[in-house]
Structures are given as C-alpha cells and as structure tokens.
Design a protein around this ligand. Structure first.
Ligand code: ADP
Ligand code: MG
Length: 486
C-alpha cells in the first residue's frame, strides 16, 4: 500500500462498525478498532493482554489460518463460528473471517480478521428451528391420530396422493402406503365422476367452499365402491394440500336400493288389481271386434283402428308396471316435464281409483314446468302419495292434485278426503316400517321423502282426523330445456 492508501485504510479500520484486528502469526493483537474492543467487552488497552476467552479466539484464528495458503486466503477469507463469553458472562455468537495481508513482494505479514456479532441471527434461527420441530411434532401426532381413525383419510396436493391412513388403504385394497403414494386422484375416482372432481376444483379455485361429496371409486383390485365425505384445504409438509375424510357407503347404498326395490315390488303387487281392471276393458273391446271381423265379409278399418288404440293402452299400462319393478342403479338427472309426468301417474292410478269409487282430479298450471331429476323416481313419489290417499278413503270421494309454480320452485299437493292422521301418526310418518295398515309395508312415505330430498326438495303434511290429509311436495324448478328429454 502507498502512504495515502495506508491513511484511508487506517481511517476505515478505526471507524468501522464491524470489529477488526490485525493479528500476528504468533497470536497477539497488533492493531484493533474500538468496535472490536466494545464487542469483546473490554476497554481498548485491555486487549493488549488478552483474557483466556479472547486467547481462545486468537488460537482459533491461528488454527483456521494454518489450513489455507496466503494466496488462497486473500481471495477467500476463512470463516468460523465461535461462541464467546463477554467478561459480564453474556454469551455471543461470533462469525470470524481471517485473511492474510502480505507485503509488496508477496511475503505474508499478519492476519487481517473481522468479527461479526451473529447472536440475534442465531437466536432467530434457533427459534425458527424450534418452531419447525414443534410443527413437525404436531404433524406427526396429527398423522398418528388419523392413523387410528376408522374413516378413510387421504391427503392430496395438486391431485396427487401424499398420504392415506390404514382405513384408506384397506378401503381401496392396497397392501402398503407405497402402492398409493404419488398416484393421481383420477386413478381412484371413477371416470363417470370426473365432472364432479373438476367442478369441485373449480369451485375451490374461485374461492368457494367445497364441502361434502359422494364418489364412485375404483379399488386396486378392480372392485368399485361408493364413498361419502368431505374435503378441506390444509397445509401439509409446509405446502397447500387437501384432506379428505370418507366413509364407505357401498353397503348402505345397496340396502337403500333393496329397500326401494322391495317397496316397488309391493307397490306393483297392489297395483296389479287396478291394472287388471284397466286391461280388462280394452281386452273385452278387442275380443268383441275380433268376433265382428271374423263374421263380417270385408275388413273394416274402423275396427282395426279401435283394436290398435286399445292395444296401445294395454301396452302403456304394462310398460308402467314394468317400470316399477325395474331396478334403477344409475341415477341420472335429466330435465323432466312435471305435468306430463303427473298425467302419466294419474292415468296409471285411475283404474285402481275407479275400483274404489274414487276420482283423481288434477288442477294443473297451464304453462309447462321443468324439474331436474329422475323420472322413474319422481313417478314413485306421486304413486306413493296417491296410493296412501286412496287407501285413506274407504267410501268414495275425490283426490285433488294442485300444482302451483313460480320461477324457482313448484308445489304439488295431493289432497284427500280420507281418515286423516293424529299428531302421533304425523310424527311417526317416515319411520321405516311404520304402518297402520294390515297389509302395509310402512316404507312408502320414507322412500317418498328420500327421493324428494335427493331432488333438492322437501315435503310437508297437514291433516285433520276424519276430514283428510294434504301432502305438499316442494321441488326446485329449472328453465325449459332447449331439447326435450323425457
Ligand atoms: P304404508 O302405506 O305401507 O302403511 P307409508 O309409509 O306409505 O306406509 O305410510 C305410513 C302410514 O302413514 C300409513 O300406514 C298411514 O297410517 C299414514 N298415512 C300415510 N298417508 C296417509 C294419508 N293420506 N291419510 C291418512 N294416513 C296416511
Ligand atoms: Mg303407503
């Protein structure tokens, strides 16, 4: 260094906020600034005879410097961390960097050292580490808790499985976690449910809650199961993820289906009498015309027309009967024309009503009404309500069907003039197997209610003993679809 360079070095050295010192190769301070004496906790001159803890620092500098060569250390100073106790007993965490100063000819002169106080940073690092450890601990006990749950728990991130508890592995017939880690949810959820999966993702990303869901899933052994549950956003391993908690409802679905099935069969059986009555009339007509045709010289178109229309009527009634005994395993919602559905149901029930000297009187809206649902199931709702109404009336009378609609919902009431119900009977309505009839199943209303709820609707009842009962089905309406499907 030239003399004026020395002067500016001295100035910078003395006034630096970082502790600095020149140290001889035998480990004594040659020159140090006030930032260093303050940092180490001494008066400036006290560093002439270093205390044992300062001595340790100096020894450490020497030891570290021996590891490098002067030329390498000029480019990359060596650094080390050292805990240091000030004379007051206060513990500091120091970072010391050591380089070698050489003369103009490259001969090493002394060590140039800088001391930085990293105590605060170290403390913060320790606190962070502690927090991370306790988070990990919490995550571990959380996972242990999930492991013990009898419900299926899966954690996914970006649609990829990150975790599944043992109930989950059992559910999809996996032998170990490895078999499911890293696989996509689209490999588990059945293709037919992708739209639901997609819709839920979109709902989440547009800031809405995602709530509960029912999926059809494919197990690893090829078996299919229905699961019901919900998903929530969580943080897992420090990243955004979803936790899903699911219950296997396959068995329950099967039982519900069986129940609906048994009720349908019993409905069909009881309807048989009415149907037989309805079919007998056209059959008699056909029989008569056949005899006429046989005896007449030439074929008469009018006879054929009548025979054809009577046959159509038989076909219609038989088809309706078949619908009742057909299992509906796939529930597909479609726009349903409510008024024509009601017309079909009343046509079907008229025969049975006539046998009991009853009249079904529909009072319908003059505009068409569309609801989203499953036509077969909705028919079952009105068949059940009409059947109950008819069974409540033993000495003739009228059953009124009123349809009231607005933009969002439609109310369909079935009003009878029958025996009515007491408060207790109303309370018991909907409990499976509750019946006051000798040949009743006590399932009809429960199924009715179930179907209405599945269609997003509700059902209410008003009744006066000895006067009659009105059941009102309230169901959401939709706009008329562009293409008519029913
Ligand atoms: P079921 O018709 O086989 O008895 P439901 O579930 O259809 O079973 O009806 C349960 C009970 O509710 C009936 O047994 C009857 O006591 C009562 N109930 C239902 N509808 C009516 C009605 N319209 N009038 C009077 N009682 C009714
Ligand atoms: Mg019934």
């Amino acid at each position: 260094m030239r003399p004026n360079e020395f002067q500016s070095f001295d100035f910078a050295f003395n006034h630096a906020v970082i502790g600095m010192a020149l140290v001889s190769f035998d480990g004594t301070f040659l020159k140090w600034n006030s930032a260093l004496s303050t940092l180490l906790g001494y008066d400036h001159n006290e560093l002439l005879t270093p205390s044992p803890s300062v001595r340790t620092l100096l020894d450490q500098i020497h030891e570290i410097a021996e590891l490098g060569t002067p030329s390498s250390m000029n480019i990359h100073p060596h650094r080390f961390q050292q805990d240091y106790f000030q004379p007051t007993g206060h513990l500091l965490s120091l970072e010391v960097s050591v380089s070698i100063i050489s003369d103009g000819n490259g001969a090493p002169l002394y060590y140039f050292t800088q001391f930085e106080n990293k105590t605060m940073i170290r403390q913060m690092e320790t606190q962070l580490q502690d927090a991370e450890n306790s988070l990990l601990e919490k995550e571990n006990s959380f996972l242990q808790l999930l492991e013990g749950l009898p419900l299926t728990v899966v954690i996914t991130a970006n649609g990829i499985v990150q975790y599944a508890n043992s109930a989950g592995l059992q559910l999809i017939h996996a032998e170990s976690l490895d078999q499911v880690l890293g696989i996509s949810t689209t490999n588990i959820v059945d293709l037919s449910n992708y739209a639901i999966l997609q819709e839920r993702r979109e709902r989440y990303f547009s800031g809405n809650t995602i709530g509960s869901v029912c999926y059809l899933i494919n197990c690893l052994n090829g078996q299919q199961k229905y699961v019901d549950g919900f998903t929530l956003p969580i943080t897992f391993n420090g990243n955004g993820a979803f936790i899903g908690i699911f219950k296997d409802i396959s068995q329950q679905m099967l039982e519900d289906e069986r129940l609906i099935q048994s009720e349908k069969l019993s409905t069909a059986g009881q309807l048989a009498a009415g149907i037989a009555h309805e079919i007998r009339n056209p059959l008699t007509a056909i029989n008569g015309f056949m005899k006429l045709i046989r005896s007449s010289e030439r074929m008469n178109d009018k006879y054929f027309f009548i025979i054809e229309s009577e046959l159509k009527r038989i076909e219609f009634i038989v088809n309706e009967l078949l619908v009742l005994s057909k299992p509906q395993t796939t529930h597909v919602s479609k726009p349903v024309d409510l008024l024509s559905l009601l017309e079909q149901v009343t046509t079907l029930m008229n025969g049975q009503a006539a046998l009991k000297n009853l009249k079904i009187l529909p009072v319908c809206a003059d505009q068409s009404i569309w609801i989203n649902g499953e036509a077969y199931q909705l028919k079952q709702v009105f068949i059940n309500l009409l059947k109950n109404a008819m069974e409540a009336m033993n000495s003739g009378g009228n059953i009124y069907i009123h349809v009231l609609t607005n933009e969002s919902e439609t109310r369909i009431s079935v009003q009878d003039e029958g025996c009515g119900m007491t408060e207790e009977q109303i309370k018991a309505l909907g409990k499976p197997f509750y019946t006051t009839k000798e040949t009743g199943t006590g399932l009809g209303f429960m199924i009715t209610q179930n179907i209405v709820h599945n269609h997003g609707g509700s059902i209410t009842v008003e009744s006066i003993p000895e006067q009659g009962t009105t059941f009102t089905v309230i169901i959401p309406t939709i706009l008329e679809p562009e293409e008519t499907v029913m």
